[in-house]
Design a protein around this ligand. Structure first.
Ligand SMILES: [Zn+2]
Length: 460
């Protein structure tokens, strides 16, 4: 495919492409017409002539909606490869002191690399859950927002928080938690400063206390009230491991989903990361309340957390999206590869009909858009939706041997990414980041790792 370096955002016509729109029938050889930041039309055969349009030959490519990442901790890019054989609680306990040394420069470098890596794996919209805010280390949220603007992804930063340190019965050391009032003020300020509710929004803020074992009940309920008063969404970790379940039973007398229900944390404006250890009743509750789940199969495998009951959630009509989770618990995980992980792990547990290739693609696109409350704008290729799409090169000498391009994309290793558009703007072309120098983006992450290691060492 021959592409100009910087495609204009006027009219773009993509011809001769296999379209998997996620909503509606697939088109074997068709076209997509993009006007500005929206999809204007798509269908079989060549695109109609539009004077002055940029015409792209999508021959040999599969077009899908851009992938949506619904759980991440970008700062962890700077602490990959550590504590390789540990449970969640062991891993957290070992890493909290490292993360206590975070500063804005580390977060910016880590986020630049992490978001570039997401873009190169087909992601057009990413949420990030940042919950470590050591005092006096600069504006960490602003740092990752700047990185997202530079890389060019649609971004949903989740202002995380922890107020339940060891002295209050929580898991994290007191050095990495904040005071309740400070958290609520900073979270409200983040919403005021950055949240853009408009339909083409590139940035929406989420309210996201970290987890039941690091956030107090008061922080959870006050956060929910704040988010609902301002019309933003809620996110947290839930039911990731059996350690957490034991902690909830011991400290609160109930299992994690029941605890969330007690705190008014179930509903269509909430999505949970992981949700691995659910009872049958929990599955029903998530489905009935419209509460979403971010499934993170690589991270769950890496930490030995367990296998989420994704296919059972889907059967009940619950919404599930995908997440790579923080890079410290799923090193270098490409978002496109999480479709394969999800599919294989579900089938290993439930059999070959547990998840189809097309269902896996739906989790990575429409499921993610629903978690972020943006299913009317994102997640499918349809006229009127935002022009966030990925073109995958599936006619390579090896890939071409697979009869079905969606099967090649999901069952196989990630194929080359020919083009990634965010609102009609080129972010990746020919497998290369086009919004910034790709090598510099990668190096920023490696430098962040070096800086964090030095800062953490100096703190002891
Ligand atoms: Zn996480």
């Amino acid at each position: 495919m021959n592409l100009p370096d910087d495609l204009p955002t006027g009219t773009m016509l993509i011809d001769n492409v296999h379209i998997a729109p996620v909503a509606g029938p697939e088109v074997r050889s068709g076209h997509i017409r993009i006007e500005g930041d929206r999809i204007a039309s798509l269908g079989p055969g060549p695109a109609p002539d539009v004077p002055g349009a940029t015409r792209i030959d999508g021959g040999g490519c599969l077009a899908t909606p851009g992938l949506v990442n619904t759980h991440h901790h970008l700062y962890q890019w700077a602490s990959q490869g550590l504590v390789q054989e540990a449970t969640l609680f062991e891993w957290l306990t070992a890493l909290y002191p490292v993360w206590a040394a975070l500063d804005a420069e580390v977060v910016r470098g880590a986020a630049t690399a992490g978001l570039s890596w997401l873009a190169l794996s087909g992601c057009t919209t990413a949420s990030d859950h940042h919950y470590v805010f050591p005092k006096g280390r600069g504006d960490l949220l602003a740092a990752e927002i700047e990185a997202a603007r530079e890389v060019g992804l649609r971004f949903h930063p989740a202002r995380g928080s922890m107020d339940r340190g060891e002295s209050k019965g929580g898991l994290p050391p007191d050095s990495v938690v904040e005071e309740l009032d400070d958290i609520l003020a900073a979270t409200a300020a983040a919403v005021d400063a950055y949240h853009d509710p408009s339909p083409s929004s590139m940035l929406r803020v989420v309210v996201a206390p970290c987890s039941p074992f690091s956030a107090s009940a008061e922080l959870m309920t006050e956060s929910a009230a704040l988010a609902r008063a301002r019309g933003v969404r809620l996110h947290t970790h839930l039911a990731e491991t059996l350690d957490e379940e034991e902690h909830c039973l011991e400290q609160f007398g109930v299992r994690p989903v029941d605890y969330m229900e007690r705190l008014d944390w179930l509903g269509p404006d909430v999505w949970f990361a992981h949700a691995v250890h659910l009872s049958d009743g929990d599955l029903d509750k998530l489905a009935e309340t419209g509460t979403g789940v971010a499934h993170c199969p690589s991270s769950n495998g890496r930490l030995g957390a367990g296998i989420a009951r994704v296919s059972e959630l889907l059967r009940r009509g619950a919404n599930v999206g995908l997440g790579v989770d923080g890079a410290a618990s799923s090193e270098l995980t490409p978002l496109v590869g999480e479709m394969r992980q999800a599919l294989l792990i579900q089938r290993a547990r439930y059999g070959p009909q547990a998840l189809t290739a097309r269902q896996a693609l739906e989790l990575a696109t429409l499921g993610g858009a629903r978690n972020l409350g943006r299913q009317d704008e994102l997640g499918t290729l349809e006229p009127g939706k935002l022009a966030d799409l990925a073109l995958w090169q599936v006619d390579g000498p090896f890939t071409a041997a697979v009869a079905d391009p969606v099967c090649a994309l999901v069952f196989g290793p990630p194929p080359p990414l020919a083009l990634l558009l965010v609102g009609g703007r080129t972010v990746v072309a020919g497998g290369e980041l086009r919004t910034m120098a790709q090598d510099a983006a990668g190096r920023a992450g490696a430098e962040a790792r070096g800086r964090l290691a030095k800062l953490a060492e100096g703190a002891h």
